[in-house]
Design a protein around this ligand. Sequence first.
Ligand SMILES: Nc1ncnc2c1ncn2[C@@H]1O[C@H](COP(=O)(O)OP(=O)(O)OP(=O)(O)O)[C@@H](O)[C@H]1O
Length: 252
Amino acid sequence: MTAGTSAPSETLDGPVLRAEGLAKSFGPVPALSGVDLLALPGRVTGFVGPNGAGKSTTLRILTGLVRADRGTATIDEVPYAALSRPSQVLGVVGDLAGAHPGMTPRGHLQTQAALIGVPREWVGQVLHETGLHDVAGRRIRGFSTGMKQRLALATALLGRPSGLILDEPTEGLDPSGIVWLRRFLRTFADAGGTVLVSSHVLTELQQVIDDLVLIAGGRSLWSGSLADFTAEHASLEEAYLSMIEKEMACAG
Ligand SMILES: Nc1ncnc2c1ncn2[C@@H]1O[C@H](COP(=O)(O)OP(=O)(O)OP(=O)(O)O)[C@@H](O)[C@H]1O
Protein backbone atom coordinates (compact mmCIF):
# COMPACT_ATOMS: atom_id res chain seq x y z
CA MET A 1 0.00 0.00 0.00
CA THR A 2 1.48 3.33 -1.00
CA ALA A 3 1.41 6.38 1.21
CA GLY A 4 -0.85 8.49 -0.99
CA THR A 5 -0.59 12.20 -1.46
CA SER A 6 -0.91 14.78 1.27
CA ALA A 7 -3.95 16.46 -0.25
CA PRO A 8 -5.89 18.71 -0.37
CA SER A 9 -4.24 21.05 -2.83
CA GLU A 10 -7.08 23.60 -2.88
CA THR A 11 -7.73 26.31 -0.28
CA LEU A 12 -10.17 25.32 2.47
CA ASP A 13 -12.54 27.52 4.44
CA GLY A 14 -12.67 25.55 7.68
CA PRO A 15 -15.52 25.91 10.16
CA VAL A 16 -15.21 27.20 13.73
CA LEU A 17 -16.06 24.36 16.12
CA ARG A 18 -17.30 25.64 19.46
CA ALA A 19 -18.79 24.15 22.61
CA GLU A 20 -19.83 26.22 25.62
CA GLY A 21 -20.90 25.04 29.04
CA LEU A 22 -21.73 21.50 27.97
CA ALA A 23 -23.34 19.29 30.61
CA LYS A 24 -24.54 15.73 30.12
CA SER A 25 -25.53 12.84 32.37
CA PHE A 26 -26.27 9.29 31.32
CA GLY A 27 -28.88 8.33 33.89
CA PRO A 28 -27.15 8.77 37.24
CA VAL A 29 -23.69 8.98 35.61
CA PRO A 30 -22.50 12.59 35.15
CA ALA A 31 -20.32 12.59 32.01
CA LEU A 32 -19.90 16.34 31.46
CA SER A 33 -20.42 19.20 33.89
CA GLY A 34 -18.92 22.23 32.14
CA VAL A 35 -16.95 21.66 28.95
CA ASP A 36 -15.85 24.49 26.66
CA LEU A 37 -14.04 23.85 23.41
CA LEU A 38 -12.81 25.93 20.51
CA ALA A 39 -11.19 24.67 17.29
CA LEU A 40 -10.27 27.24 14.65
CA PRO A 41 -9.65 27.13 10.90
CA GLY A 42 -6.04 26.72 9.84
CA ARG A 43 -5.17 25.02 13.12
CA VAL A 44 -4.89 21.51 14.47
CA THR A 45 -6.48 21.36 17.92
CA GLY A 46 -5.70 18.48 20.25
CA PHE A 47 -8.42 17.29 22.62
CA VAL A 48 -6.98 15.45 25.61
CA GLY A 49 -7.90 14.17 29.05
CA PRO A 50 -7.79 11.02 31.17
CA ASN A 51 -9.96 7.96 30.45
CA GLY A 52 -13.58 8.79 31.11
CA ALA A 53 -12.92 12.56 31.02
CA GLY A 54 -15.76 13.06 28.54
CA LYS A 55 -13.90 13.56 25.22
CA SER A 56 -15.99 11.13 23.15
CA THR A 57 -19.21 12.43 24.70
CA THR A 58 -18.21 15.99 23.79
CA LEU A 59 -17.39 14.96 20.22
CA ARG A 60 -20.65 13.05 19.95
CA ILE A 61 -22.58 16.13 21.09
CA LEU A 62 -20.66 18.30 18.61
CA THR A 63 -21.58 15.93 15.77
CA GLY A 64 -25.24 15.62 16.75
CA LEU A 65 -25.14 12.01 17.97
CA VAL A 66 -25.88 12.86 21.60
CA ARG A 67 -28.04 15.68 22.96
CA ALA A 68 -26.53 17.84 25.72
CA ASP A 69 -28.53 18.50 28.89
CA ARG A 70 -27.12 22.04 28.98
CA GLY A 71 -24.83 24.24 26.91
CA THR A 72 -24.30 24.71 23.18
CA ALA A 73 -22.23 22.99 20.53
CA THR A 74 -21.96 24.60 17.09
CA ILE A 75 -20.26 24.34 13.72
CA ASP A 76 -19.89 27.87 12.35
CA GLU A 77 -22.51 29.07 14.85
CA VAL A 78 -25.15 26.43 14.04
CA PRO A 79 -25.74 23.00 15.60
CA TYR A 80 -24.54 20.05 13.49
CA ALA A 81 -28.14 18.91 12.99
CA ALA A 82 -28.97 22.23 11.32
CA LEU A 83 -26.25 21.91 8.65
CA SER A 84 -27.85 21.31 5.26
CA ARG A 85 -24.93 19.23 3.94
CA PRO A 86 -23.04 18.15 7.07
CA SER A 87 -20.66 15.74 5.33
CA GLN A 88 -19.47 18.58 3.10
CA VAL A 89 -18.65 20.74 6.13
CA LEU A 90 -17.31 18.33 8.72
CA GLY A 91 -15.79 14.90 8.18
CA VAL A 92 -16.02 12.67 11.23
CA VAL A 93 -13.49 9.87 11.43
CA GLY A 94 -15.21 7.18 13.42
CA ASP A 95 -15.42 3.41 13.31
CA LEU A 96 -16.55 1.59 10.20
CA ALA A 97 -19.74 0.22 11.72
CA GLY A 98 -21.55 0.85 8.43
CA ALA A 99 -19.02 -0.96 6.26
CA HIS A 100 -19.89 -4.55 5.36
CA PRO A 101 -16.78 -6.76 5.68
CA GLY A 102 -17.61 -8.39 2.35
CA MET A 103 -17.39 -5.03 0.56
CA THR A 104 -14.35 -3.46 -1.00
CA PRO A 105 -13.20 0.07 -0.12
CA ARG A 106 -14.31 1.22 -3.56
CA GLY A 107 -17.76 -0.36 -3.12
CA HIS A 108 -18.14 1.03 0.40
CA LEU A 109 -17.15 4.53 -0.70
CA GLN A 110 -19.42 4.42 -3.76
CA THR A 111 -22.35 3.52 -1.49
CA GLN A 112 -21.44 6.34 0.89
CA ALA A 113 -21.09 8.79 -2.03
CA ALA A 114 -24.64 7.94 -3.13
CA LEU A 115 -25.90 8.32 0.46
CA ILE A 116 -24.41 11.77 0.99
CA GLY A 117 -25.12 12.90 -2.57
CA VAL A 118 -21.63 13.56 -3.94
CA PRO A 119 -20.31 12.56 -7.38
CA ARG A 120 -19.05 8.98 -7.74
CA GLU A 121 -15.81 10.33 -9.22
CA TRP A 122 -14.83 11.70 -5.82
CA VAL A 123 -14.30 8.10 -4.64
CA GLY A 124 -11.14 7.74 -6.74
CA GLN A 125 -9.78 10.96 -5.30
CA VAL A 126 -10.16 9.94 -1.64
CA LEU A 127 -8.79 6.46 -2.37
CA HIS A 128 -5.71 8.18 -3.72
CA GLU A 129 -5.47 10.74 -0.91
CA THR A 130 -5.57 8.04 1.74
CA GLY A 131 -3.21 5.66 -0.03
CA LEU A 132 -5.90 3.00 -0.50
CA HIS A 133 -5.99 2.96 -4.30
CA ASP A 134 -3.81 -0.18 -4.50
CA VAL A 135 -6.22 -2.14 -2.28
CA ALA A 136 -9.46 -0.54 -3.46
CA GLY A 137 -10.71 -3.87 -4.87
CA ARG A 138 -9.89 -6.05 -1.85
CA ARG A 139 -12.47 -7.15 0.70
CA ILE A 140 -12.53 -5.06 3.88
CA ARG A 141 -12.75 -8.34 5.86
CA GLY A 142 -9.01 -8.91 5.43
CA PHE A 143 -7.95 -5.38 6.31
CA SER A 144 -5.55 -4.59 9.15
CA THR A 145 -6.61 -2.06 11.80
CA GLY A 146 -4.42 0.55 10.15
CA MET A 147 -6.03 0.00 6.75
CA LYS A 148 -9.46 0.31 8.37
CA GLN A 149 -8.33 3.60 9.91
CA ARG A 150 -7.38 4.85 6.46
CA LEU A 151 -10.77 3.77 5.12
CA ALA A 152 -12.51 5.59 7.99
CA LEU A 153 -10.56 8.72 7.02
CA ALA A 154 -11.41 8.20 3.33
CA THR A 155 -15.11 7.94 4.29
CA ALA A 156 -14.88 11.18 6.29
CA LEU A 157 -13.14 12.96 3.40
CA LEU A 158 -15.66 11.85 0.79
CA GLY A 159 -17.81 14.98 1.07
CA ARG A 160 -14.66 17.14 0.66
CA PRO A 161 -15.24 18.76 4.05
CA SER A 162 -13.20 21.70 5.30
CA GLY A 163 -13.32 20.43 8.89
CA LEU A 164 -12.26 17.10 10.36
CA ILE A 165 -12.94 15.49 13.73
CA LEU A 166 -10.83 12.45 14.62
CA ASP A 167 -11.22 10.34 17.78
CA GLU A 168 -8.03 8.39 18.54
CA PRO A 169 -6.98 8.19 14.89
CA THR A 170 -3.52 6.67 15.37
CA GLU A 171 -4.83 3.52 17.06
CA GLY A 172 -3.56 0.59 14.97
CA LEU A 173 -1.47 2.68 12.60
CA ASP A 174 2.13 1.60 12.03
CA PRO A 175 4.92 4.21 12.36
CA SER A 176 4.82 5.16 8.68
CA GLY A 177 1.01 5.42 8.89
CA ILE A 178 1.35 7.74 11.90
CA VAL A 179 3.81 9.99 10.07
CA TRP A 180 1.57 9.97 6.99
CA LEU A 181 -1.49 10.95 9.07
CA ARG A 182 0.45 13.71 10.82
CA ARG A 183 1.51 15.19 7.46
CA PHE A 184 -2.01 14.83 6.11
CA LEU A 185 -3.53 16.72 9.05
CA ARG A 186 -0.84 19.41 8.87
CA THR A 187 -1.44 19.93 5.15
CA PHE A 188 -5.22 19.98 5.68
CA ALA A 189 -4.94 22.68 8.36
CA ASP A 190 -2.31 24.66 6.44
CA ALA A 191 -4.75 24.79 3.52
CA GLY A 192 -7.26 26.48 5.86
CA GLY A 193 -9.08 23.42 7.22
CA THR A 194 -10.12 22.92 10.85
CA VAL A 195 -8.84 19.78 12.59
CA LEU A 196 -9.97 18.57 16.02
CA VAL A 197 -8.22 15.40 17.14
CA SER A 198 -8.60 13.51 20.41
CA SER A 199 -5.73 11.29 21.48
CA HIS A 200 -3.90 9.82 24.45
CA VAL A 201 -0.62 9.64 22.52
CA LEU A 202 0.77 12.95 23.71
CA THR A 203 4.26 12.54 22.23
CA GLU A 204 2.69 12.14 18.81
CA LEU A 205 0.07 14.85 19.37
CA GLN A 206 2.76 17.37 20.31
CA GLN A 207 4.24 17.05 16.83
CA VAL A 208 1.10 18.10 15.00
CA ILE A 209 -1.14 20.33 17.14
CA ASP A 210 -1.21 24.12 17.37
CA ASP A 211 -3.83 24.38 20.11
CA LEU A 212 -4.94 22.22 23.01
CA VAL A 213 -8.16 21.62 24.94
CA LEU A 214 -7.73 19.64 28.17
CA ILE A 215 -10.66 18.24 30.12
CA ALA A 216 -10.82 16.02 33.20
CA GLY A 217 -13.78 14.65 35.14
CA GLY A 218 -16.18 16.21 32.63
CA ARG A 219 -14.84 19.75 33.10
CA SER A 220 -12.54 21.99 31.07
CA LEU A 221 -9.15 22.53 32.64
CA TRP A 222 -7.32 24.39 29.89
CA SER A 223 -7.76 25.77 26.39
CA GLY A 224 -5.27 27.70 24.28
CA SER A 225 -2.09 27.39 22.28
CA LEU A 226 0.26 24.44 22.70
CA ALA A 227 3.15 26.90 23.10
CA ASP A 228 1.48 28.55 26.12
CA PHE A 229 0.55 25.21 27.66
CA THR A 230 4.06 23.81 27.47
CA ALA A 231 5.90 27.08 28.17
CA GLU A 232 7.20 26.00 31.58
CA HIS A 233 7.64 22.30 30.79
CA ALA A 234 9.91 20.11 28.71
CA SER A 235 7.04 18.48 26.81
CA LEU A 236 3.29 18.26 26.38
CA GLU A 237 3.32 15.03 28.38
CA GLU A 238 5.09 16.68 31.31
CA ALA A 239 2.80 19.75 31.26
CA TYR A 240 -0.27 17.47 31.04
CA LEU A 241 0.80 15.26 33.96
CA SER A 242 1.59 18.28 36.08
CA MET A 243 -1.86 19.80 35.51
CA ILE A 244 -3.69 16.50 36.03
CA GLU A 245 -1.80 15.84 39.27
CA LYS A 246 -2.71 19.31 40.57
CA GLU A 247 -6.33 18.72 39.63
CA MET A 248 -6.40 15.34 41.41
CA ALA A 249 -4.82 16.88 44.51
CA CYS A 250 -7.56 19.59 44.54
CA ALA A 251 -10.33 17.02 43.91
CA GLY A 252 -8.99 14.67 46.57
N1 LIG B 1 -23.82 5.80 26.54
C1 LIG B 1 -23.37 5.90 27.77
N2 LIG B 1 -24.07 5.40 28.82
C2 LIG B 1 -23.63 5.54 30.07
N3 LIG B 1 -22.48 6.16 30.41
C3 LIG B 1 -21.75 6.68 29.42
C4 LIG B 1 -22.14 6.58 28.05
N4 LIG B 1 -21.20 7.20 27.28
C5 LIG B 1 -20.25 7.65 28.15
N5 LIG B 1 -20.58 7.34 29.42
C6 LIG B 1 -19.83 7.70 30.61
O1 LIG B 1 -19.48 9.07 30.50
C7 LIG B 1 -18.17 9.31 30.99
C8 LIG B 1 -17.33 9.95 29.90
O2 LIG B 1 -17.09 8.97 28.88
P1 LIG B 1 -16.36 9.32 27.50
O3 LIG B 1 -16.37 8.07 26.70
O4 LIG B 1 -16.95 10.53 26.92
O5 LIG B 1 -14.88 9.64 28.01
P2 LIG B 1 -13.52 9.71 27.18
O6 LIG B 1 -12.79 10.91 27.67
O7 LIG B 1 -13.80 9.64 25.72
O8 LIG B 1 -12.80 8.39 27.67
P3 LIG B 1 -11.67 7.48 27.00
O9 LIG B 1 -10.44 8.33 26.93
O10 LIG B 1 -11.52 6.36 27.98
O11 LIG B 1 -12.16 7.05 25.66
C9 LIG B 1 -17.66 7.97 31.49
O12 LIG B 1 -17.94 7.87 32.87
C10 LIG B 1 -18.48 6.98 30.71
O13 LIG B 1 -18.60 5.76 31.40
